[in-house]
Write a protein that binds this ligand. Structure first.
Ligand SMILES: [Mg+2]
Length: 247
């Protein structure tokens, strides 16, 4: 019996990819930067991934990765170096934050979970994650926010999942974890002793839930038994949830 549910944030609850693309596009336009916007958006995405991976590996802190990202992007754009690249990053971040939106299934999907204790486990900074959740109206719904800064490790390390379970006061065996990455979210949570649930946002036919409104049923929290039975059977068959969740 599931007693609490943990969530990933980016590309699970918040449409991170869209916010990043829209954020850098509107920022460069606001600066009147002369460039191929499509190429700049693609390059920004590459650089963001590179420096954020270094943050996740513990090689650099959150501010450091943001500063390095901004410096590299300004260099790629062949602009004059800013006095403080972090200020340039903060300019981008204001546009990024203005572009933050929830996926359309999130509010209904969370509502179907009733008063179930909920938490966040994110491969990001917990302080800034609170800002994002507050901005999108979700912050008050979560009982704990665990990030790389608070856990000291990133997914797929089990300790980041266990930190959140401890904060919620439940053993991992009765906690579900929902994320958009099959390996580093769902399977990592399974390996840590939780019930991993893959939210396949791409809906590419490879399995997983494709809509958060399916979650309550898949976790046996939905009173509609006819829908419940079919959804759970499909979820188990595709490996989205373990058979023990369905029994
Ligand atoms: Mg994600």
């Amino acid at each position: 019996m599931i007693k609490a549910v943990l969530f990933d944030v980016d590309d699970t609850l918040i449409d991170y990819g869209k916010a990043e693309r829209d954020g850098i596009t509107t920022y460069l336009r606001s600066l009147a930067v002369a460039c191929d916007l499509a190429a700049a958006v693609a390059r920004f995405g590459e650089l963001q991934g590179y420096y954020f991976d270094r943050y996740l590996a513990g090689l650099i802190d959150y501010t450091g990765q943001a500063t390095a990202l901004a410096a590299a992007m300004v260099d790629w754009l062949e602009l004059s170096p800013p006095a403080d690249p972090y200020d340039w990053f903060l300019g981008y971040r204001r546009h990024y934050e203005a572009s933050l939106t929830l996926f359309p299934d999130v509010l209904d999907g969370l509502a179907l979970l009733g008063d179930m204790p909920l938490g966040i486990v994110t491969n990001s900074d917990s302080v800034y994650t609170r800002v994002k959740l507050r901005r999108t109206g979700l912050l008050a719904r979560f009982d704990c926010i665990v990030g790389v800064d608070t856990a000291g490790v990133s997914k797929p390390h089990p300790r980041i999942f266990h930190s959140a379970c401890a904060e919620l006061g439940h053993l991992p065996a009765v906690v579900a974890y929902v994320g958009d990455k099959k390996l580093s979210d769902a399977q990592a949570a399974d390996s840590a002793g939780l019930h991993g649930v893959w939210l396949n946002r791409a809906d590419d036919g490879a399995g997983g839930l494709t809509d958060l409104r399916q979650l309550a049923t898949a976790l046996e929290l939905c009173p509609d038994q006819s829908r419940h039975t079919a959804t759970v059977a499909a979820a188990v068959q595709s490996g989205v949830i373990g058979a023990e969740v369905a029994t």
